[in-house]
Design a protein around this ligand. Structure first.
Ligand SMILES: [Fe+2]
Length: 288
């Protein structure tokens, strides 16, 4: 089975393409790399594709892409997936800078694209808005968290970093504590999409920008329990929750099996574990 190594980009359907593009550019600080009548592609200021927008009847996150090893042959992966009962298809030029991808659906209906070759979308850019460094993770609400968590372990090689109770899993595919997370809820939908900021002053600037534009901060600043990231959240016009964060726990050596020690850890060393219910933050206001 393939091992996802890095998240590439997230695809959103939007009923109001221009309004959503404007938010990603003016507030989030992404760059419009390409667009046509029905699609738009947004990159970070360092030139990586991170958000794809499609015109659609309702706002939803419909897809994710992940990078796999350049040594992997995507046709071999297609055969492995078939053995798991997952139908996939190789597709060319699914997005700018992605010449080839293996496309299939995960077991909650989100389209997954695996790629092992990509190109920068332009040189480093000056941006308006916050201007994060990278796409970090995407969190989904879904009814059967155990089944989806197991699919990402089995089919995409993700490891479990933490659970909160039995209803919220955090999964890594590289050093970052989580690249996907799944929380139990009635129907499958985006929980949030998270971008890594450079430092706390960029988080502060994000808060000031949101304040200036009269966009409510829906949660944070807060230091989380699982992952220990400091985060601030707001909504795009379509209602997609966008997180900016710093300080996410790093597991730099899988064999050692603990996260890089940090002063705010209470477990010494901090290893993957199941947190008690309601421990989503170390400090900061509770969400509800
Ligand atoms: Fe998050």
């Amino acid at each position: 089975m393939p091992q996802a190594r890095r998240i590439g980009h997230a695809t959103f359907e939007t009923p109001d393409m221009q309004r959503e593009i404007d938010h990603w550019i003016e507030i989030a600080g992404l760059v419009l790399a390409e667009r046509d009548d029905k699609r738009a592609y947004l990159a970070t200021k360092v030139g990586q594709l991170v958000v794809e927008l499609h015109e659609g009847p309702e706002a939803r996150c419909s897809g994710l892409s992940f990078e796999v090893s350049p040594k992997i042959d995507l046709s071999d992966v297609a055969r492995d997936l078939e053995a798991e009962g997952v139908a996939s298809a190789l597709s060319n030029d699914t997005a700018p800078g992605l010449p080839r991808a293996l496309v299939f659906n995960d077991n909650k209906g989100t389209q997954v694209q695996l790629f092992n070759e990509w190109k920068y979308l332009g040189d480093h850019h000056q941006v308006k808005g916050v201007g994060p460094m990278k796409l970090g993770h995407v969190a989904f609400v879904t009814p059967d968290v155990q089944a989806v968590t197991s699919f990402y372990q089995r089919v995409l090689g993700f490891r479990i970093s933490d659970w909160i109770g039995d209803y919220f899993s955090f999964m890594r595919c590289g050093p970052d504590h989580h690249t996907v997370n799944f929380v139990r809820g009635e129907k499958t939908q985006l929980a949030h999409i998270a971008f890594e900021a450079k430092d706390m002053s960029q988080i502060l600037n994000a808060c000031d920008l949101l304040g200036q534009k009269n966009i409510p901060i829906t949660w944070g600043p807060v230091r989380h329990g699982p992952g220990h990231n400091v985060s601030v959240y707001h909504l795009s016009p379509d209602g997609n929750t966008i997180e900016f964060y710093i300080d996410l726990d790093q597991m730099k050596d899988e064999e050692l099996g603990y996260f890089e020690p940090r002063p705010w850890h209470r477990d010494l060393p901090q290893r993957p574990k199941t947190w008690a219910n309601g421990t989503s933050q170390i400090w900061g206001m509770r969400k509800h």
